[in-house]
Design a protein around this ligand. Structure first.
Ligand code: SF4
Length: 491
């Protein structure tokens, strides 16, 4: 039985996670392609970091671990090789591959772990410590241990990313050394757990999502019934703890004198009676709507490596919008949309087309105003000639999310006020089920594929349609949701 670096880190998070990764990997949940996107992003960041080590040689891992270890040894012994990428080592049944090993003077080496995060995290110490452990036991002398992570303040100027400015280097030599005694204990414990006939009995808890969301989350955290107390909106940890101490798991069992906010009490009643809650003040919210109504939604990607001038790492790059327009009460809706179709900078065409579509007056209805408003500010920073126009647009934004959150509750929300949770409860004829692009993350992935040059025309057309269908569905959902709420107030 061998333990790799990634398994060791998984085991530090949770011993059951380590056990299941080795013995029952089939129990992992569906990743919907997001894992692949994270891996791809990490790969791109890693390649960029290699530019800082010219002359470095990559160890080809395609021939298996033994061959990679052999090649690594040859490269270490060759003084003409200034740096090694993906060097492989094994010691005491622990296997690691290092991002970058840089040759220093007097047979010393500098270890660099590259992360596509914007900051140093606690678990990065464990990451470099396990590498230091294996490398040292393999006879390699480490001068220092570093982490290279993304500099969030970096701004792309021109078209080429400068890796010297893009990365920040943190010296983790002392942290890696300090972790060695604990590391040995942890390794002993992990080998012991892996040899056991069944997984350890680890209760679920905050560690299931920290430092990463565990791939066995849905295996260990079984779905709760609709009346689970944790689904009561804005229930804080102490109220939750009190209820658990009272042995209460169902909202149906919450006593009438248990302290809840007014809204929670009404939501509690909605669940207990099975009747949705609509507050008496809901109707008044609609008094500030001004026709024509524009229902608007954006789609974005936020790449670690900025693609266009003025962008920081992880800035949102908008590539698609959808707007439904209702010119007067009861009128049928018109639809307009934009989708960037190639790898060129989508921002100018996105903004100019959106600006035309939104007219000069009327409320612009969104769901979660903060997101759209921030994206508009980003655009104003990149395209300052639109600043006044963007201010005007922002002044017309009208957010449906707080209206629902403050005035409506339905048992089927399951404690969430996301559009995907609210829509099927209040507008049951509309659903995202079966859509090729079912959510924003999938939309970003689909767009990245769409603008890849290797797609056939038919594939490109299919991806384009799936994206248009999804974003159009989001704004039509706002139209129908507002109608449903107004209709409810009128009855
Ligand atoms: S879901 Fe939680 S308890 Fe289950 S394996 Fe993952 S971290 Fe451990």
């Amino acid at each position: 039985m061998k333990i790799s670096k990634s398994k060791f880190i998984a085991g530090v998070q949770c011993l059951k996670r380590l056990y299941l990764l080795v013995h029952a990997r089939e129990l992992t949940g569906q990743s919907e392609g997001s894992d692949q996107a994270i891996i791809e992003q990490g790969r791109e960041v890693g390649l960029l970091a290699r530019q800082l080590f010219p002359g470095g040689v990559e160890v080809d891992g395609s021939g298996g671990l033994e061959a990679a270890i052999r090649t690594t040894r040859e490269l270490v012994e060759n003084p003409d090789v200034p740096a090694i990428f993906e060097a492989a080592f094994e010691q005491n049944d622990v296997v690691v591959k290092t991002d970058i090993l840089q040759r220093r003077k007097e047979n010393l080496w500098r270890l660099v772990e590259v992360k596509s995060t914007a900051d140093l995290k606690d678990h990065h110490s464990e990451d470099v410590a396990i590498q230091s452990y294996v490398l040292s036991h393999s006879g390699l002398k480490l001068a220092s241990v570093w982490l290279a992570h993304i500099n969030r303040s970096y701004v792309l100027s021109g078209t080429t990313v400068d890796p010297r400015q893009f990365f920040l280097f943190r010296n983790l030599t002392t942290r890696a050394q300090n972790f060695q005694p604990e590391l040995k204990l942890r390794l002993r414990e992990q080998f012991h757990i892996l040899a056991a006939p069944k997984p350890p009995d680890v209760p679920t808890g905050p560690h299931c999502i920290d430092p990463v969301v565990c791939e066995f989350f849905y295996h260990c955290n079984r779905p709760r019934p609709d009346d689970y107390i944790g689904y009561l909106p804005r229930l804080d940890a102490s109220a939750m703890e009190k209820l658990e101490k009272m042995g209460i798991e169902s909202v149906h069992d919450i006593p009438a004198d248990f302290e809840l906010s007014d809204f929670q009490r009404r939501a509690c009643t909605a669940i207990q009676t099975g009747q949705p809650l609509f507050s008496e003040d809901l109707k008044a919210e609609f008094g500030s709507l001004r026709y024509p109504l524009y229902f608007m939604d954006f789609e974005t990607v936020n790449p670690a490596i900025p693609r266009f001038s003025g962008m920081h790492p992880y800035d949102h790059l908008p590539f698609q919008w959808s707007v439904h327009v209702q010119r007067e009460p009861g009128a049928s809706v018109e639809h307009c949309e934009f989708l960037a179709m190639d790898r060129s900078d989508p921002r100018p065409a996105f903004l100019s087309s959106l600006s035309k579509a939104l007219g000069e007056t009327g409320s612009i209805i969104v769901y979660n105003q903060q997101f759209e408003s921030e994206r508009l500010w980003d655009l104003a920073g990149w395209l300052p000639e639109y600043t006044q126009r963007i201010r005007d647009i922002q002044g017309r934004l009208w957010d449906l999310l707080p209206v629902v959150r403050n005035h409506v509750y339905h048992q089927a929300f399951g404690g969430s006020f996301s559009l995907k949770a609210v829509l099927p409860a209040l507008v049951p004829e509309m659903t995202y089920e079966g859509m090729e692009v079912p959510n924003g993350q999938a939309a970003g992935l689909a767009w990245e594929r769409l603008i890849e040059e290797k797609l056939s025309d038919a594939e490109r057309q299919a991806k384009r349609q799936a994206l248009l269908d999804y974003c159009g569905q989001d704004t039509l959902a706002l139209v129908r949701l507002l109608e449903a709420l107004q209709h409810r107030c009128a009855t």
